[in-house]
Design a protein around this ligand. Structure first.
Ligand code: GDP
Length: 352
């Protein structure tokens, strides 16, 4: 599926930069920021737009989502001029804006741009929203990030067709694994970019697989009107003779079924929620063609239909002869369990 990615703010720019590093054929990208320095490192994004240059001198908005929305409103034609050129040249099937919901520029500016895109083009406009992890944050900063995330999420729901949520907290590791915040963000960005690219490119491989998950099925799964989605993922390394010392599984039908099931567990999702009651679901299995066992996939789909209580799980194969893993990527949309946001709300009240 051809996507024009728009990285809004620092986090959005970084995640789109990672997406672009994975696939230049089906992705195009634009980065937008109020902070000049954050645009500089985005080496895979061809077009960059600095907004609010005169008022804020390229130094950001300091986490103020109202100021960000105001700047974005004033810069609508500056942003749309760049996007319009990319749209004509590349003809994307959807726009997808990525931003940190807990920050300022991306959180406040994205929905202003989404509104304009919806009014201008007859194409879906999706969001990739990054929720903050606040471990070790000073209380004032934690309160700001959490309340920004809760408020901007409500704004976004009015303008986007779908908001895919990624909760950074899902990726926090045990205390004994030493990792800087930047390293954690890089790991999250790579993980999310890989999950999304598997979903979006499964239908594009040639020769076409037996079961194709194409663009119209992606659009149908994501839904519209501010629906919320999350991606589940589970991969296992397979044993390869030439690399026997690295270990791995010798896949059989039961292994693949287990991988599909595990991809739906709360800890495997980009956003922690109960998937029961999500209206739409899709599954992609990726790996060497001989490991994509039909019976396991039939049972896996039935399991998903039962777990999520959806009538039909859309499906696509992603055969990949050279793959060293066997994986299941699941997409759940129109999810309706927002207890994680309630937790965030309670924490904001505690901190007040
Ligand atoms: P903005 O530039 O004003 O839009 O603010 P940021 O994009 O820096 O947003 C800050 C929020 O995004 C924080 O809550 C962080 O948790 C998160 N964040 C910052 N950088 C990254 C990143 O590279 N990846 C991810 N996943 N989250 C990030």
């Amino acid at each position: 599926m051809r996507i024009l990615w728009i990285g809004f703010g620092q986090a959005g720019g970084k995640v789109v930069n990672t997406l672009m590093s994975l696939n230049r054929k089906f992705y195009e990208a634009v980065a937008i920021n109020t902070e000049e320095a954050d645009l500089a490192d985005l080496n895979h994004i061809p077009k960059k737009v600095l907004i609010g240059r005169y008022k804020h001198k390229g130094r950001g908005v300091g986490g103020d989502i109202e100021v960000a929305a105001d700047i974005a409103q004033k810069a609508v034609s500056q942003m749309m001029d760049v996007i319009d050129v990319q749209n004509r040249r590349f003809d994307p099937e959807a726009f997808w804006i990525a931003g940190g919901l807990g920050g300022g520029t991306g959180a406040g500016g994205s929905c202003v741009l989404a509104k304009e895109l919806k009014e201008t083009y007859n194409k879906p406009v999706y969001a990739l929203g990054l929720l903050p992890s606040t471990t070790d944050m000073p209380p004032e900063k934690e309160a700001l990030h959490l309340s920004n995330a809760l408020r901007s999420f409500e704004w976004w729901r009015r303008y986007f067709d779908n908001i895919m949520l990624v909760d950074n907290q899902q990726y926090e590791q045990r205390m004994d694994v030493r990792e800087s915040l930047e390293q954690m963000y890089d790991r999250i960005n790579r993980n999310v970019a890989k999950r999304l690219t598997t979903l979006l490119s499964a239908g594009e491989i040639r020769p076409a697989p037996q079961e194709v998950f194409n663009s119209s099925e992606i659009i149908a799964t994501l839904g519209s009107d501010g629906d919320v989605s999350a991606i589940g993922f589970k991969a296992e390394r397979v044993r390869i003779k030439a690399e026997f010392w690295k270990g791995g599984i010798d896949p059989d039908s039961n292994e693949l079924e287990r991988i599909i099931q595990t991809s739906t567990e709360t800890s495997s999702l980009t956003f922690p929620c109960d998937i029961t009651g999500s209206k739409n679901a899709a599954l992609i299995t990726h790996g060497r063609p001989e490991y994509l066992f039909t019976q396991a996939i039939i049972r896996g789909r039935a399991y998903l239909e039962d777990r999520a209580q959806v009538s039909k799980v859309r499906y696509g194969d992603f055969p990949d002869k050279g793959s060293k893993t066997l994986s299941a990527t699941t997409l759940f949309s129109c999810i309706n369990d927002f207890s994680r946001l309630d937790q965030m709300r309670q924490r904001v009240a505690q901190l007040a």
